[in-house]
Design a binder for this molecule. Structure first.
Ligand code: PGA
Length: 251
């Protein structure tokens, strides 16, 4: 039995968070330059902030344009309005979409407070299909191995849907909410939809991700959502040294 991660996904390890962020931005910029109409599926969280910062710099300093690209976000808390400070609408506006030339007509974040959340999930899934699917999906990873808000146990064949958040996820994200309580449910793009992306980058930084990253390289199992990426033909893990520190310990 191999003790190390297999050939898929490819792994790149960087000395620190800045180097990892620059590498992620280089991939996103490269794909967007090669195909200005690229369809991107993007994450929120702490991890991608450096990547977004670098992309904003490239837009301002190098003329990198996102005007013809189409954007989808991976998830949103159920019940939050688009102007709630902890919403991913606000996060994306403040960290990326509002700072580059993204076309608002081609920017999509699930509507957390849609009157009919089930219909919203179906609409979201349909929009991704109508633009021909996702060219590049960028993911973070939860300490429990989640991708998007697909928590452990998420079916690999799932589509965009309403999910219950793991208690550990709610605790990690509690600080974003007044009163320290994160919503119990969210809308997330499903596992199958993520998997159908033509290319996937997973970013992980810091020692608190090391076990999740290692588990993602272990047995492919719905108990560790990120392990699904081992079956993807074009998935790459971009890790800093700390996040990579346990790779190979779990087989
Ligand atoms: P983080 O979140 O980047 O804030 O650690 C990642 C995730 O939970 O997917």
């Amino acid at each position: 039995m191999s003790r190390s991660l297999p050939a898929q996904p490819k792994i790149q390890v960087f000395p620190d968070y800045e180097a990892l962020s620059r590498a992620a931005a280089r991939v996103v910029a490269g794909r967007t330059r090669a195909n200005p109409e690229a369809v991107l599926l993007l994450p929120t969280g702490t991890t991608p902030l450096g990547m977004y910062r670098r992309l904003v710099e490239m837009h301002a300093g190098e003329g990198l344009s996102f005007a013809r690209a189409t954007f989808f976000n991976l998830d949103e808390y159920l019940g939050l309005t688009a102007d709630h400070p902890a919403s991913y609408h606000v996060y994306m506006r403040e960290n990326f979409y509002g700072l580059v030339d993204a076309d608002p007509r081609r920017v999509h974040v699930p509507e957390g407070n849609a009157p009919d959340p089930q219909a919203e999930c179906e609409r979201y899934e349909r929009m991704m299909a109508e633009v021909g699917g996702v060219d590049l999906c960028v993911l973070g990873i939860g300490r429990n191995g989640h991708i998007g808000f697909n928590e452990p146990g998420a079916p690999f064949d799932s589509r965009t849907r309403i999910v219950r958040l793991a208690e550990t996820t709610r605790l990690v994200n509690a600080g974003d909410f007044e009163g320290g309580r994160a919503p119990e449910r969210a809308i997330t793009v499903g596992m199958r939809t993520i998997f159908e992306s033509r290319e996937i980058l997973l970013l992980a930084s810091g020692a608190n991700k090391a076990q999740a990253v290692a588990a993602a390289g272990g047995e492919v199992s719905e108990a560790v959502p990120a392990s699904m990426l081992r079956r993807h033909p074009a998935a790459t893990f971009l890790l800093d040294r700390e996040a990579a520190s346990a790779v190979g310990e779990i087989s």
